[in-house]
Design a protein around this ligand. Structure first.
Ligand SMILES: [Zn+2]
Length: 247
């Protein structure tokens, strides 16, 4: 009998081992993400570059009028944004970024770390592609700024029912900005702005404006604001300005 119990236990152990091996295999694709891979669960109190990378991806999930600081500190605002992200994608909304949350992010990001529904080329077409050069910051910084805008737009896109959001102007060189009559302080020259033109979107301009207000943008200008009746401008400048008198 004892021998039989031992052999049964051994069989059970093999089954358990098999189950564990299966679990590891199932998690492997996420761990092998080609953009960025998180190795630890992050929660309130965590800090560092892993938190920064997370903040970039949940920055579009703030409350109305809020802007998430990308500062590598997992505080209450980051926790709240993670909760909204989780709820938005049907995950357990506990505010703790673990394997479920990271797997969803891996699903949403391309190998260059941009969200799957937006590409750098959409933002680099104003006045002809210039590969993010010629603005007020280096091309690398302009690209990084643009990537952050893209993640905010990805959140907006999902919240608005997964319909495409069209971008009609992104990074502008200083020369390009003056040629199109942009403001001399336009955030387009920093690469942290996007124009959502009326012809490139099925959503109304006011729908886009209102959605942008809870996607973390500090600068949102739309219908009724001078020169903004045919597009909604979103950006991450310093200071908060949300204006669309006709919405
Ligand atoms: Zn603009």
């Amino acid at each position: 009998m004892r021998k039989r119990i031992i052999s049964l236990l051994a069989a059970a152990a093999m089954v358990l081992t098999g189950a564990a091996a299966t679990t590891v295999v199932a998690a492997a694709p996420a761990a092998a993400d080609s953009c960025y891979t998180w190795s630890d669960t992050l929660r309130r109190g965590s800090s560092g570059s892993a938190v920064t990378q997370l903040q970039i991806r949940v920055a579009g999930w703030v409350g109305t009028g809020e802007h998430l600081a990308i500062d590598g500190q997992y505080g209450p605002a980051t926790e709240a944004a993670v909760k909204r992200f989780q709820a938005g994608y049907g995950l357990t909304a506990d505010g703790i970024a673990g394997s479920q949350t990271f797997s969803k992010i891996y699903e949403l990001q391309s190998s260059d770390c941009t969200p799957v529904h937006f590409t750098y080329s959409e933002f680099d077409a104003n006045c002809g592609a210039n590969n993010f050069n010629g603005g007020k910051v280096s091309a690398a910084t302009a690209k990084e700024n643009t990537k952050r805008v893209m993640w905010q737009l990805e959140a907006m896109r999902h919240k608005l029912g997964d319909k495409p959001i069209g971008v009609t102007s992104g990074i502008r060189s200083v020369a390009c900005n003056s040629s199109v009559g942009g403001s001399s302080t336009s955030r387009h020259m920093w690469g942290d702005a996007a124009d959502l033109g009326i012809g490139a979107n099925t959503h109304s301009q006011c729908t886009l404006y209102n959605a942008a207000r809870s996607a973390g943008f500090t600068e949102i200008l739309g219908p009724g604001y001078p020169n903004h009746n045919d597009h909604v401008h979103v950006a991450n400048g310093t200071g908060t300005v949300h204006r669309a008198p006709n919405c």
